[in-house]
Design a protein around this ligand. Structure first.
Ligand code: NAP
Length: 247
């Protein structure tokens, strides 16, 4: 049985989708949450402290960590769910779009770890879970900026794991396939339609945010105490199976 009893985790992107489900799951398993998002009402409760912060700004994240520590007494790790979908190929993408994708999805993940690490190093333990994507593991057309950021998140995760293993800090990623959240609402408007996306997943349905949150909670917990520098796809078989798909 997984428990996060008496542990506090900072979750970015906690106002929506996978981040919101992760915050819920941590609390359901006995933990407490510092919930960070761009537009979230600042609120201090028994189980959740909500802090408005932009993950591209280190000072915002450091503020979230320090107020979280004051409120709950300690921070035991974090989950980096804040992210943007940024489609485009190399010709249509302009440098402003490229910079925005990198600054939120990749720099934001690094800065979240950077804000958390002094506290975790000080404690001599910790767990961080980053959110990559199946499109960090394989390519797809028309999604270049996003795919690049998620490939970067996977390598950032391994580098963090290597650098902080000596401090007993574990760093892992999860790579979701198609999960129904506000970010993927747009999929139904793509020319191939939602059905085509679903068919790439052998389980033949979109995943639910709670199913990603369950994998994240496992990686945060002591049940994963000998797991670091790894990537766990939560993708209904997308990354492991290449079957002929009959329409
Ligand atoms: P979501 O529902 O759109 O949630 C993302 C959250 O991040 C939103 O609340 C968003 O706020 C917030 N955010 C964006 N930029 C931010 C910033 N600069 N600072 C702080 N917060 C910021 O999307 P989701 O589907 O749950 O995605 C969560 C993570 O999973 C993302 O990294 C995404 O790339 C990854 N992922 C999702 C899927 C999927 O199928 N859903 C698949 C693979 C990977 P705003 O709404 O105000 O922008």
């Amino acid at each position: 049985m997984i428990s996060l009893q008496s542990k506090t985790f900072l979750v970015t992107g906690a106002g929506s989708g996978i981040g919101a489900a992760t915050a819920e799951q941590i609390i359901a398993l006995g933990g407490t949450v510092v919930a960070v998002d761009r537009f979230i009402d600042a609120k201090a409760g028994e189980h959740q402290l909500s802090v408005q912060a932009d993950v591209t700004r280190l000072e915002d994240l450091e503020y979230a960590v320090s107020t979280g520590k004051s409120h709950f007494g300690a921070i035991h790790g974090g989950v980096t769910c804040a992210g943007l979908s940024v489609p485009g190929d190399a010709l249509v993408t302009d440098t402003e779009t490229w910079d925005r994708a990198l600054s939120v999805n990749l720099t934001g993940t690094w800065l979240t770890a950077k804000a958390l690490l002094p506290e975790l190093v000080g404690r001599g333990e910790g767990a961080i879970v980053t959110i990559a994507s199946v499109y960090g593991m394989v390519g797809c057309s028309g999604n270049m900026p996003y795919n690049v950021t998620k490939g970067g998140v996977l390598q950032l995760t391994r580098s963090l794991a290597a650098d902080y293993a000596a401090h007993n800090i574990r760093v892992n990623s999860v790579s979701p396939g198609y999960i129904s959240t506000p970010m993927t609402d747009i999929i139904s408007t793509y020319p191939p339609g939602e059905k085509a996306f679903v068919k790439m997943h052998p389980l033949n349905r979109p995943g639910k945010p709670a199913e990603v949150a369950a994998a994240i909670a496992f990686l945060l917990s002591d049940a994963a105490s000998f797991i670091t520098a790894t990537n766990l796809p939560v993708d209904g078989g997308f990354s492991g199976v290449k079957d002929i798909v009959l329409s």
